[in-house]
Design a protein around this ligand. Sequence first.
Ligand code: FES
Ligand code: FES
Length: 177
Amino acid sequence: MERPATGEGTGPALRRKPLSPTAQSIHLTVNGVSKRLHVEAWTSLLDALREDLGLTGTKKGCDHGQCGACTVLLNGRRINSCLTLAVMKDEAEVVTIEGLAQGDELAPLQKAFVEADAYQCGYCTPGQICSAMGLIAEGRAKTRDDIREFMSGNLCRCGAYPHIVAAIEKVMKESHS
Ligand code: FES
Ligand code: FES
């Protein structure tokens, strides 16, 4: 069975298996672009983004809600996309790491991560940056310790934490000034 098209402007579809008869059609707005896709009832939002839409910037670390590598913004709030079923998010707005820059202009957090040398291998970085976007929008963090606490769901195996916190603190202060 030919798998249905996933929508205009999508990346390469990586999922190869034919869909089951119980697959469902959902609509998402991803990085400002309307996407219709067909997913299994058990497909996580993470797999839908990566495998159906070709948005591989969002990373799969543990696939169990423990590392934060899969963090995206859903209706403006940060979530672990590996713990979220795509079918439950019909009509949601999703922002991934690919949606943060404006053309060639990096988002402030992306720039700050580069300037602060806030990554080594970079695997956790998309999740760190999306989570930090959510953190700043929440407005709860006031201190470095707050940042550490509220970013504690985003692990970095390379141990770049001091630089990650510094990058987030810089943007947080700028956004409040
Ligand atoms: S891949 Fe989702 S929390 Fe680790
Ligand atoms: S930079 Fe390597 S896991 Fe964070």
